[in-house]
Write a protein that binds this ligand. Structure first.
Ligand SMILES: [Zn+2]
Length: 274
């Protein structure tokens, strides 16, 4: 690993690094893995967009569990600041970091201009009128709508997600959009069965085009929504370096792979990129 880290140091030293981060960077900070497109290992059937929008009972279950689980995200320490990309080509600004995560950890750690490929759990969107509101505000509304509700957490799964008893879920009251008065609220994240909004995809491709190196951190690249950027970089002849625990579906296209926990490698990379 020592050799690989040093090789990586040489690669990032040139600057112009487009960083693509995945769940690995968050789980090491104590955030439950997101059951969206990049959920590394889905232990139960993931919530799909179709189920969420068509099934009121499934929605209630989602929000009840989220009401409990949100606290875990709000408490997580932002100790996984992604490295800035270093100077871009011609001394311009570095390409913006691209993240597949939805926990806002990078932003909380001070990174700016992050492309949130799959959205962010700290926002809520109305499926009817499109109004976007902070998750904190919904949290307050849900607490007011459920003044005596509490749920015994049956199990905390390995990824930090919680199981709740059915009767607690049944007693949970969901609220609707306050702006239009009736719309269904959904976390502003991309669910399975949903496509990533085109402007985010285009911004991400542009970041890759501008890069001298694509550095993947903590993503197994299992789904195309992230893997396509590796494929594009390879096609353009831009080197790809991947730091991840375990193999990834982008390894065949990588110039360098480092199989290690990010916690062990990231501080080194950040230090080298300064
Ligand atoms: Zn609305």
């Amino acid at each position: 690993m020592r050799d690989a880290t040093e090789k990586l140091a040489e690669m990032v030293a040139n600057g112009g690094v487009a960083v693509l981060t995945g769940a690995g960077i968050s789980t090491e900070s104590g955030i439950p893995d997101y059951r969206g497109p990049d959920g590394a290992e889905v232990r139960r059937a993931p919530m799909t967009y179709q189920t969420f929008t068509r099934d009121a009972a499934a929605r209630r279950r989602y929000w009840a569990r989220s009401h409990v689980g949100w606290r875990a995200i709000a408490r997580a320490a932002p100790n996984a600041r992604p490295p800035a990309g270093g100077p871009g080509g011609g001394g311009g600004p570095p390409p913006p970091p691209i993240t597949q995560n939805v926990d806002g950890l990078h932003q909380a750690a001070g990174a700016s201009g992050v492309i949130e490929l799959h959205g962010n759990l700290d926002r809520v969107v109305c499926l009817d009128c499109g109004d976007v509101t902070p998750r904190d505000e919904l949290d307050r509304r849900l607490r007011m709508a459920n003044p005596v509700w509490n749920a015994q957490v049956l199990a905390v799964n390995p990824d930090g997600d919680v199981d709740l008893p059915d009767d607690a879920v049944d007693r949970f009251r969901v609220v609707d959009c306050r702006s239009c008065g009736h719309g269904t609220l959904k976390p502003d994240v991309v669910f399975f069965g949903e496509t990533v909004p085109l402007p985010r995809v285009e911004a991400s491709f542009a970041a890759v085009h501008d890069a001298r190196l694509l550095l993947v951190l903590g993503s197994s690249l299992t789904v195309m929504s992230g893997r396509r950027f590796v494929l594009r970089a390879a096609k353009l002849g831009i080197p790809v370096a991947i730091v991840n625990r375990g193999s990834t579906r982008g390894d065949d296209y990588a110039t360098l792979t480092v199989d290690a926990p990010l916690g062990a490698v990231l501080p080194e990379i950040v230090r080298m990129m300064r």
